[in-house]
Design a protein around this ligand. Structure first.
Ligand SMILES: Cc1cc2nc3c(=O)[nH]c(=O)nc-3n(C[C@H](O)[C@H](O)[C@H](O)COP(=O)(O)OP(=O)(O)OC[C@H]3O[C@@H](n4cnc5c(N)ncnc54)[C@H](O)[C@@H]3O)c2cc1C
Length: 359
């Protein structure tokens, strides 16, 4: 499959070549699918693990190549056509599948389509967001830039006391930087952990010399010569009182927004947006042949509803046959629901799949 001019035989097109996409492609092969599989993604790298980006990568202990999920040989041996650097912007559905078009003009015909387009960082539109030194962290390219900036920085401010923000803060502090974490909520990692665990994180970070401001209200980023120099807090903040916190680097980690644009575009006309929960048989029939996994938030699959963060999404991870937080030791799981549906009845299916878990 893949480029419509290259091969007339249609198979599965997976848009989004990261964890969910790679896992789906390899599971389809494990389940006995012999149809063509094309895994297309906009990033320049072969599919790689994101979790180390805020950990080993920032310490200079990993590269995008070393984080690859699989070797190029794996994709070749399993006849998975890996297509990087192609951003799909249009999907046209036909009676027997459809065609996806990339911004380059390249087209990909498919019999079955899976959207594993993941998420992008939630942005905050404050004045000064465009200043050099203000960044987000999602991709290896962004991590490379951030790693260089951190190396040269003295004062680091992290906006958002979630997992990624705290990991970056801890790494920067270990490298000897002055680090401030600005969290808008009254506690750290508030959407994912209990109050006791939040308190534990708070004390652990403060003990290591990180300044943590809770109930912080960021007003704007200030800078000189297009470079960030500080973060202004709202007057009356619990700790800030209108001060400007010095910053050479600002990392914003305030959650992610699921990339639903292709799913919205490809959904059957006249159908109402589905927001999770059980679907009626009509909606399920309408979505047959099109699957969404993991951080994709248009849950076209029963049971694959989006969960906010790893500790809450273990069951989902198991269902999807892929990782959550924890030791990378392998834990029991099941084949991705999407993979089972894509392979179809009557094909080989394994009941005792194993899932990978992230450190
Ligand atoms: C810094 C960092 C640290 C993390 N740490 C942990 C951790 O410790 N534990 C944990 O469980 N999780 C962690 N996560 C989250 C974890 O990495 C994600 O849950 C996981 O990457 C989701 O995988 P995914 O395949 O669903 O989506 P994504 O990783 O978002 O991949 C989707 C891919 O689709 C591509 N794409 C999207 N739209 C298009 C399009 N139209 N055309 C072509 N390509 C497209 C994107 O470029 C992207 O490469 C971390 C994430 C980050 C960023």
């Amino acid at each position: 499959m893949g480029d419509t001019t290259a091969s007339p035989r249609l198979g599965t097109l997976i848009i989004g070549n990261c964890q969910a996409g790679v896992q789906l492609a390899s599971t389809l092969r494990e389940l006995g699918d012999t149809d063509p599989i094309t895994l297309v993604g906009e990033e320049p790298h072969a599919p790689y693990q994101r979790p180390p980006l805020s950990k080993a990568f920032l310490k200079g202990e990993a590269t995008a190549d070393s984080l690859a999920f699989r070797s190029h040989d794996f994709y070749r041996e399993h006849s998975i056509d890996l297509v990087p650097r192609e951003r799909i912007f249009r999907i046209i559905r036909t009676a027997d599948g459809g065609v996806a078009t990339a911004e380059s003009g390249r087209t990909f015909a498919f019999a079955r389509l899976a959207l594993t387009t993941g998420a992008v960082p939630r942005t905050i539109p404050f004045e000064g967001s465009e200043l050099e030194g203000v960044s987000y962290l999602r991709t290896a390219t962004e991590a490379t830039v951030l790693e260089q900036q951190l190396r040269e920085a003295r004062n680091v401010v992290v906006v958002g006391g979630g997992f990624i923000g705290l990991e970056v803060a801890a790494g920067a502090r270990a490298a000897g930087k002055n680090v401030t974490v600005l969290e808008a909520a009254p506690r750290l990692v508030g959407r994912a952990v209990s109050e006791q665990t939040s308190e534990f994180y708070l004390q652990a970070h403060r003990r290591r010399g990180i300044r943590v401001v809770l109930n912080a209200q960021v007003v704007r980023f200030v800078g000189e010569h297009d470079r960030v120099t500080g973060v202004e807090l709202g007057a009356g903040d619990a700790d800030g009182s209108g001060e400007i916190v010095a910053a050479d680097v600002v990392l914003i980690g305030v959650g992610v927004v699921p990339r639903t644009e292709l799913a919205v575009q490809a959904r059957p006309r006249g159908r109402k947006r589905h927001r999770g929960g059980r679907q009626g048989p009509r909606l399920r029939r309408a979505h047959r042949g099109r699957r969404g996994l993991r951080e994709h938030a248009e849950p076209v699959d029963r049971g694959l509803r989006r969960r906010p963060h790893p500790p809450r999404k273990r069951a989902e991870c198991r269902r999807a046959g892929q990782g959550g937080r924890g030791d990378p030791a392998r834990a029991p799981g099941r084949a991705p629901d999407g993979a089972v549906v894509l392979v179809g009845p009557g094909r080989p299916q394994t009941a005792d799949r194993r899932a990978e878990w992230w450190a």
